[in-house]
Design a protein around this ligand. Structure first.
Ligand SMILES: [Zn+2]
Length: 54
């Protein structure tokens, strides 16, 4: 079973939990890292395109 650490109370809770059962901390929607990777790829693509033009 995967566990994640609550940033509020530092307790290890189930990775599927959306709310910490200990302190009721609400986890933000997941895949924040994935969103950043997509953004980075788009940025790299734009830079690559610009380099190709000039
Ligand atoms: Zn907590």
């Amino acid at each position: 079973m995967n566990k994640k650490e609550c940033p509020s109370c530092a307790m290890e809770i189930d990775v599927n939990s959306k709310v910490c059962p200990v302190c009721s901390y609400e986890f933000p929607k997941s895949n924040t890292a994935a969103r950043w990777i997509v953004l980075l790829l788009v940025l790299l693509f734009v830079v690559y395109m610009l380099m190709g033009i000039f």
